[in-house]
Design a binder for this molecule. Structure first.
Ligand SMILES: Nc1ncnc2c1ncn2[C@@H]1O[C@H](COP(=O)(O)OP(=O)(O)OP(=O)(O)O)[C@@H](O)[C@H]1O
Ligand SMILES: [Mg+2]
Length: 382
């Protein structure tokens, strides 16, 4: 109880301008679990988010992202476990007492209020700013989301994307300690989305606000986040930097959810040259593995498309190549992606960068593939 009171005393009426750059806030979740009736929506969630960090919760629909955000914000009490801000439990505190600002997935604007009043709402409720300070801040926020010309409209007179921008402006206006964003860019078209992503990231890092964004868009998560928590069916599979998630996925699920990945059924033939020789559909590959492998062990080899390269006749290093037939070429700007059939039921994707004059492979071409490096793969149990 002591700790709760301490948090409450420091939260509500501090304005960002009073706070230095060392005043951003950490957030921890400890053994959080949530059940809706008998359905377990979240299990054993542990997360330590550093002050000022931008973290994304990434996962497929229904995996528990919004539920977790509602628990952090204080709109939902977890069945078990605790939420700590700056190391202190915030159990029993309302969202405003926690100092969390939230942009809901469905915007949740006040329907009877104008855009201007929606953005001003939290500032007025805080009661610590003069009218002109409020007017300035609202103007600044509306400018940021490019909605000044629509300030007098009510939400029903706005498009979905415009409503989403009002929700963003409203949450940011009060300079929250922790900003929670639930799919904040989903209704925006591509160019506005990119502008908003850059702008939000800039504002949050300038003001050193700790932020947690829910998204199912992996590119958005990868480009905006310091770290990403990948969720599936209510559990966190991995909490790591975008690069580590991509290069060292902890589970099969992460490897396929983050980026494109080939999964090859493989059998260990034995040790070779400091690594292991594997039998895979279409041939053999040489890999290294942090985990010791035993002869005859069956594994799944996860390989990114850019980590498979086509070997020319000259570079061929039999027997550690796989042979396949190109079935399709997808040119994508500077990249060429090929679908290669290794066996009837095993195809792989490979990508190559396309320079001026690159001769693209054609459907029907026979190719020999090898890993760009024996380390450029991850081993999972079969
Ligand atoms: N109030 C509720 N009562 C019962 N089940 C619920 C309730 N709210 C959510 N759920 C269930 O909990 C699971 C997680 O829901 P949640 O809204 O957190 O998913 P999500 O990851 O945000 O999905 P989306 O990407 O579709 O928004 C889902 O299976 C959902 O049906
Ligand atoms: Mg959701």
């Amino acid at each position: 109880m002591q700790s709760v009171q301490t948090v409450q005393a420091t939260v509500p009426k501090t304005t960002r301008s009073d706070l230095g750059s060392d005043s951003s806030h950490s957030l921890s979740l400890s053994q959080v679990m949530h059940q809706f009736g008998s359905f377990v929506a979240l299990k054993d969630i542990n997360l330590d988010i550093r002050p000022g960090e931008f973290v994304s919760l990434l996962g497929p629909s229904g995996c528990g992202k919004t539920t977790l955000l509602r628990i952090i914000s204080g709109f939902l009490t977890p069945t078990a476990g605790s939420v700590l801000i700056d190391g202190m439990s915030v159990k029993g505190l309302s969202p405003s007492q926690r100092g969390t600002g939230i942009v809901f997935q469905n915007y949740a604007l006040f329907p009877h209020m104008s855009v201007w009043d929606n953005v001003a709402y939290g500032l007025r409720a805080a009661g610590n700013r003069s009218r002109s300070q409020i007017a300035n801040r609202v103007g600044e926020m509306l400018n940021m989301v490019q909605l000044n010309p629509l300030a007098k409209r009510v939400p029903s007179e706005l498009s979905g994307g415009q409503q989403q921008r009002v929700a963003l402006a409203r949450a940011l206006a009060v300079e929250p300690r922790i900003m929670l964003l639930d799919e904040p860019f989903s209704a925006l078209d591509k160019s506005l989305r990119l502008d908003m992503q850059i702008e939000i990231r800039r504002i949050l890092s300038e003001q050193d606000i700790t932020a947690i964004m829910v998204t199912h868009d992996q590119e958005e998560a990868m480009s905006m986040s310091d770290r990403i928590a990948v969720l599936s069916s209510g559990t966190i599979h991995q909490f790591d930097t975008p690069t580590n998630l991509y290069d060292q996925p902890a589970t099969n699920f992460v490897s396929s959810f983050v980026g494109t990945c080939n999964h090859l059924p493989a059998e260990v033939l034995g040790r070779a040259e400091g690594g292991y020789q594997l039998s895979v559909p279409g041939g053999e590959l040489m890999i290294t593995s942090d985990r010791p492998l035993s002869r005859r062990e069956k594994i799944t080899l996860a390989v990114r498309p850019e980590n498979l390269q086509v070997q020319s006749q000259r570079d061929r290093t039999p027997p550690v190549t796989v042979t396949g037939t190109v079935t399709m070429c997808l040119p994508l700007g500077s990249l060429l992606t090929y679908d290669v059939r290794l066996t009837d039921d095993c195809h792989v994707k490979i990508t190559q960068t396309r320079a001026m004059g690159t001769q693209a492979l054609k459907s029907g071409d026979l190719v020999h593939l090898a890993l760009v490096d024996p380390q450029a793969c991850v081993v999972f149990p079969a």
